[in-house]
Design a protein around this ligand. Structure first.
Ligand SMILES: [Zn+2]
Length: 195
């Protein structure tokens, strides 16, 4: 091959590489655009921010009563605890089974395992929050209270708190929150109970 032919050959290869690179970039851009478009237009595909390196200091137990999520899920934010510093366990009845190990042994065991798991893996955990609300369907369903006794759920928080400390088996603070429906059920007031 002559020197000229060699140069033309090299130039051709460079051109070809540039074209292939451009095509690859175009394909990649198209895919990225498609992905962005899909996540914003297809309701079955969504993307949310993750919380990298969370350090959990607070664990919140609350009931899944559909009247309460705005209040109970909003509690950490009201307390100034940022995402990543807390996590939550939401079940029907919330922490109530911890007051009824004999009547609700399976539910008690489940919550016990949740607390053990949390204390094992969240080494920075210092505080557990338990929240009650009156008229809890868990109590009605399992005959744990009466409709007339609207204080039962709140009274149980004392025993629940003591039980959490025993299960956690380490220095931990339990904050007991009593909630009440106010304004004829339009709002929920949450009060911290005395230690
Ligand atoms: Zn409830």
């Amino acid at each position: 091959m002559s020197k000229r032919g060699f140069r033309i050959g090299i130039a051709g290869l460079i051109c070809l590489a540039a074209i292939v690179g451009a095509c690859r970039r175009a394909t990649h851009n198209t895919n990225s655009e498609e992905e962005t478009m899909n996540t914003t237009t297809r309701p079955e595909t969504m993307e949310f921010p993750a919380i990298p390196d969370p350090v959990v200091e607070h664990l919140v137990f609350y009931c899944g009563d559909p009247r309460c999520p705005l209040a109970f899920e909003g509690l950490p934010q009201k307390l100034g605890i940022p995402p990543g510093r807390y996590t939550k366990v939401c079940t029907f009845g919330g922490s109530a089974p911890l007051a009824y190990p004999k009547q609700r042994p399976h539910d008690y065991a489940f919550l016990e395992s949740q607390i053990r798991l949390a204390t094992k893996h969240f080494t920075a955990l210092t505080t557990v929050h338990v929240i009650s609300h009156p008229g809890c369907k868990y109590y009605a369903e399992h005959g744990l209270g009466t409709d007339e006794d609207t204080e039962k759920e709140a009274r149980d928080l004392r025993l629940i708190g003591d039980t959490v400390v025993v299960i956690a088996h380490r220095d931990i603070t339990v904050k007991r929150w009593r909630s009440r429906f106010t304004n004829r059920g339009a709002t929920i007031r949450i009060d911290l109970m005395e230690p």
